[in-house]
Ligand binder design. Structure first.
Ligand SMILES: Nc1nc2c(ncn2[C@@H]2O[C@H](COP(=O)(O)OP(=O)(O)OP(=O)(O)O)[C@@H](O)[C@H]2O)c(=O)[nH]1
Ligand SMILES: *[C@@H]1O[C@H](CO)[C@@H](O)[C@H](O)[C@H]1NC(C)=O
Ligand SMILES: *[C@@H]1O[C@H](CO)[C@@H](O)[C@H](O)[C@H]1NC(C)=O
Length: 468
């Protein structure tokens, strides 16, 4: 042990040598630094590739993706064995890991649910397998429609930077094989009203017999709070990795048909329902930072075909069918229908925002477009689920246009009235939406992200709700 004097002396002698030693030391330090840096880099690369072998096989080679942007992310041969098979497992590559989930609400909610699924795929390094859209609000007797018939999947895959598969690419649509699958049941961890996993018709369409394992209750954002059902993305993601999965295994519920008991599948990770999922706070699509919107939703563009059809409807509506391009317009989405159930004792005519109230927001937008973008927009196009003719007369009295869907379902199918309206809402330079409607929320985000547009949301529920 050094006395304080000795150490002081050492320090002094050390100091005296500084002028000489410094240069050499810097050279040493530099060399050592470089060696350390290289070693660290080497081991981190090694450990990444090792741990991804041990913990999780890399399903998405980001090096490859970033170095060759032209890679065909949709080429299923890289991520599947071949054409759709009768039993889905026969088509899975042993070196790849996948993720899937089901839908169970109105169409817009279902779009958001698939966006959440793809975002979860992104943060768990898995390949999402997206099911179809199932009819609910458009009538349960209607056919399903493929995700890829509505959205440009190739563009989505390129935008998000991961491969994206659809179920019909994996399993033959007309297969009679009922496949067994183990999935996570999130529903019973986030709510107390239903003592079963979230119900969905998707597993019936896909012919899957599912054995569910309850997730831990800590996935829930607001513990024990019965008025919210959201789970955290990263809580769900933790169950996608071997340790988190292992630590949270519980006796599963037997599957309805084969009565099999299966733990959550490691290769095809699945969750019953991903609508109520957020990073920070419930109903996050409302907020600018929403990671699901920023990393996935904004890349979800309509198919060329839908764009072409919608464009023709717009040109027809505004009487510009002979013009090659539609004029810039402000889109409005007025959500009525079952929203009257939220009115309580308030008479419907006082509860929903009246046309003059909506017109105030249209004027706001026109002014802002003029002042901030220097554009004057004359055309206003209204989409709504309202069926009352006298209401539509008020719309016409404003000089606003409506989309005529006479014959749309017959020509294109039952999905198209709502699909075309959603495209039209997203293509304006301005948008006025209805507060609390997810269809309005997502249209608003699209107009902001894709058109750099100006948006407003009309509040409703009582007289004066939108006064501000
Ligand atoms: N064609 C058309 N249909 C609409 C419109 N707004 C609502 N609807 C219908 O009402 C349904 C309700 O919207 P959904 O998206 O299904 O339901 P949701 O996801 O719960 O959306 P919100 O109820 O708006 O939050 C739609 O699917 C349509 O069938 C519209 O502007 N045009
Ligand atoms: C990823 O792709 C790059 C470039 O093609 C290749 O050099 C590398 O070995 C791949 N990595 C893995 C883990 O497959
Ligand atoms: C699905 O299977 C049927 C036979 O059951 C076959 O005729 C059809 O070609 C298959 N479809 C695809 C897309 O492979």
């Amino acid at each position: 042990m050094l006395t304080s004097d000795e150490s002081l002396n050492n320090l002094k002698s050390y100091r005296q040598h500084i002028p000489n030693r410094r240069k050499r030391q810097y050279v040493y330090l530099g060399c050592i630094g470089l060696v350390i840096a290289f070693t660290l880099a080497y081991f981190s690369i090694l450990s990444v590739s090792k741990s991804s072998k041990l913990v999780q096989e890399p399903t998405v080679n980001r090096t490859q993706l970033s170095s060759s942007p032209k890679i065909n992310l949709l080429d299923p041969s890289s991520y599947l064995n071949g054409p759709p098979t009768q039993a889905f497992r026969d088509n899975l590559r042993p070196d790849a890991k996948y993720i899937t989930s089901w839908i169970s609400a109105g169409w817009t909610n279902d779009v958001m649910t698939y966006i959440n699924l793809i975002y979860l795929a992104l943060i768990t390094d898995r390949i999402p397998i997206i099911p179809m859209f199932t009819p609910s609000h458009i009538g349960g007797d209607k056919p399903t429609i493929d995700f890829g018939e509505v959205f440009d999947v190739q563009r989505l895959a390129e935008g998000v930077g991961i491969p994206i598969l659809e179920w019909h690419q994996v399993k033959n649509r007309s297969s009679d094989v009922l496949d067994d699958l183990g999935c996570w049941n999130t529903w019973e961890a986030v709510q107390d009203h239903e003592a079963f996993p979230r119900r969905s018709v998707v597993p019936n369409y896909l012919k899957l017999d599912i054995s569910y394992t309850k997730t831990p209750s800590w996935i829930k954002v607001i513990p024990h709070y019965e008025h919210d059902r959201h789970a955290y993305f990263w809580a769900l993601a933790s169950l996608a990795f071997p340790e988190g999965r292992q630590e949270n295994l519980k006796p599963p519920l037997e599957s309805p048909t084969h009565h099999t008991l299966l733990p959550p599948d490691e290769q095809v990770l699945c969750y019953d329902y991903l609508y109520y999922v957020c990073a920070l706070q419930p109903f996050e699509f409302e907020f600018d930072y929403s990671p699901a919107w920023r990393y996935v939703g904004q890349h979800l563009r309509w198919t060329e075909r839908l764009e072409t059809i919608a464009d023709e409807y717009v040109r027809t509506a505004v009487g510009a069918l002979d013009s090659p391009t539609a004029p810039p317009y402000i889109g409005i989405h007025v959500r009525h229908g079952d929203f009257k159930n939220w009115c309580g004792d308030v008479p419907v005519q006082d509860c929903f925002a009246s046309i003059p109230i909506i017109a105030r927001r249209v004027e706001d937008i026109k002014t802002e477009l003029r002042e901030s973008r220097g554009i004057t927009v004359e055309h206003v196009i209204v989409t709504s689920d309202e069926r009352d003719d006298s209401w539509w007369e008020q719309v016409a009295d404003q000089g606003w246009y409506k989309i005529d869907h006479t014959g749309t379902a017959e020509r294109y199918g039952a999905w198209h009235p709502v699909l075309i309206d959603a495209v039209i809402q997203s293509n304006g330079v301005g948008f006025v939406g209805t507060d609390r409607s997810t269809m309005s929320i997502i249209a608003r985000r699209r107009v902001q992200s894709w058109r750099n547009g100006v948006v407003r949301t009309v509040k409703w529920g009582r007289v004066g709700a939108d006064d501000h």
